[in-house]
Design a protein around this ligand. Structure first.
Ligand code: GDP
Ligand code: IMO
Ligand code: MG
Length: 456
């Protein structure tokens, strides 16, 4: 139990990615969920793709929290999430069709709605920006103002509307047909003018009545799940129920602290928990930072340790590094502990979970970036600025690799000495203990070390 907790309230923990996403947060949340009264998403939207494998069955979750597979656990979509209601209903149906109950799913009435025009704007902006970009141009502005490589799930435009306020729609509004009708009449005028100018020929204007009908129908279906989740979480805490937050995206993609502008549009580090759920920050006493044993990134932006060679290709193949959300091949590189140490600082990680360690089996040597050389100067501090980081060359330490299959290992001692040394190197550089090691996608393929077992 953390020092800031009183006896009355349950334990509050969080699982947060410390790299560029896809660290295996979904697997870990599912593994831990059985011990918690609720699993709560606090940021992002359907840009997230969290895979859970139980007994060989694979589930891909985008909006539904990964606690849904634990029958006694509430699955809560907090106010900080941007929800595409059509996708959410599809996801619920897919789960129900596979025999998974969604009766404990709750959605915040204050979560914002991703509308079809947000997705159209996301795609149109990306297209315009990629057309304007020329990586080989001598005109530097052409390289600087570039597409982000978003998931095109409408995330940025939906959060922008939240900040604009008057054009935003919240989940609670879906149950108020009159309000929706009035809002859509005004919003469609505005969106059609802007999108018409951006897209030009072939643009099909959005119709207020069609959108109203569609969203009123979504509202009817979602109504039983819509609640004030800040109060619900307070009630659960007062009952002594432990709560687990599930970070989406990751710390390096945090809009304030990531590799801006190549980030997502929410506070996807642990810093987003308070604002995105209504649970005050001092309540969270355990923050598990998830770290893939190497680096991956999807979309644009700097990645100092990226590999463009056959080693990168073989790690991509062994790790099946293709996006859960978009199917895009993920960029692959060596582990960057400069970035991880910074992320652990920003997210306040109290322990680390190292995932996909099994994927590194067979590499004769393992490299870890413990510093950068930027404009001729060496540093071991991360630079959360996409333009400066683009000039960083990694300074590597090389360690011996291991060749054994480790997917059956269930204790730290069963790992080959080289794999143990690799974990210890991460631990000592980052300065945070490694409490769990994942050696395969299944729930069972996990090594739990004493520190974490004691804390949960
Ligand atoms: P998330 O977005 O952080 O939840 O991660 P994703 O689910 O998008 O990507 C992680 C991928 O790695 C998924 O396909 C998981 O099933 C898989 N995975 C998770 N942990 C392990 C592991 O330890 N070893 C291997 N080989 N795969 C894993
Ligand atoms: P999970 O939760 C990997 C990346 C996108 C893009 C940038 C902005 O599965 O780890 P956005 O659509 O959010 O505007 O895209 O952020 N990105 C992710 N990359 N995993 C994710 O989520 C991501 N969520 C966003 O690829 O580069
Ligand atoms: Mg993912």
């Amino acid at each position: 139990m953390g020092q800031n907790e009183d006896q009355k309230h349950g334990h509050v923990a969080a699982v947060v990615g410390l790299q560029w996403g896809d660290e295996g947060k979904g697997k870990l949340v599912d593994l831990l969920a059985g011990k918690y009264g609720a699993v709560v998403r606090y940021n992002g939207g359907a840009n997230a793709g969290h895979s859970v494998v139980v007994g060989g069955e694979r589930y891909s979750l985008h909006l539904v929290p990964s606690g849904i597979l634990s029958p006694s656990c509430h699955a809560i979509i907090g106010n900080g999430v941007v929800v595409d209601p059509l996708r959410l209903l599809e996801e619920i149906k897919t789960l129900n069709d596979r025999g998974v109950s969604t009766s404990r799913l709750v959605i915040s009435n204050r979560a914002h709605v991703v509308m079809p025009y947000h997705k159209a704007e996301d795609a149109a902006r990306e297209e315009l920006l990629s057309a304007a970009t020329d990586a080989h141009s001598s005109d530097t502005t052409k390289k600087i103002v570039s597409a982000i490589g978003t998931t095109k799930r409408g995330i940025g435009p939906a959060y922008a509307d939240k900040i604009h306020r008057s054009t935003a729609i919240r989940i609670g509004d879906l149950t108020r047909p009159d309000l929706l009708q009035t809002k859509f009449e005004m919003v469609c005028k505005l969106k059609n003018a802007v999108l018409g100018a951006m897209i030009g020929e072939g643009f099909e204007p959005f119709d207020a009545q069609t959108l109203t009908n569609e969203m009123v129908e979504c509202g009817k279906q979602l109504a039983p799940m819509i609640k004030d989740t800040a109060y619900l979480l307070d009630d659960l805490r007062n009952e002594g129920q432990p709560i687990l937050f599930e970070g989406a995206n990751a710390t390096m993609l945090d809009v304030d602290h990531g590799t801006y502008p190549f980030v997502t549009s929410s506070n996807s580090s642990a810093l987003g928990i308070g604002a995105g759920s209504g649970v005050p920050p001092q309540c969270v006493s355990q923050i598990i930072g998830v770290v893939k044993a190497y680096s991956t990134r999807v979309g644009g932006g700097p990645m100092p340790t990226e590999l463009h060679d056959s080693i990168g290709d073989s790690i991509r193949d062994r790790g099946r590094e293709f996006g859960t959300t978009t199917g895009r091949p993920r960029r692959v590189g060596w582990l960057d502990v400069v970035a991880v140490k910074y992320s652990a600082m920003i997210s306040g990680a109290t322990e680390l979970c190292i995932t996909l360690l099994d994927v590194l089996a067979g590499e004769p040597e393992l490299k870890i970036a413990t510093g950068y050389r930027i404009d001729g100067k060496e540093t071991n501090r991360f630079v959360p600025d996409g333009y400066v980081l683009d000039r960083a060359e990694p300074v590597y330490e090389t360690m011996p690799g291991f060749s054994q299959d480790i997917t059956m290992a269930r204790t730290f001692e069963e790992l080959p000495p080289e794999a143990q040394a690799y974990i210890q190197k991460i631990e000592s550089f980052v300065g945070v203990p490694v409490g769990m090691i994942s050696v395969g996608p299944d729930r069972e393929q996990t090594i739990l070390r004493d520190a974490v077992l004691a804390a949960t």
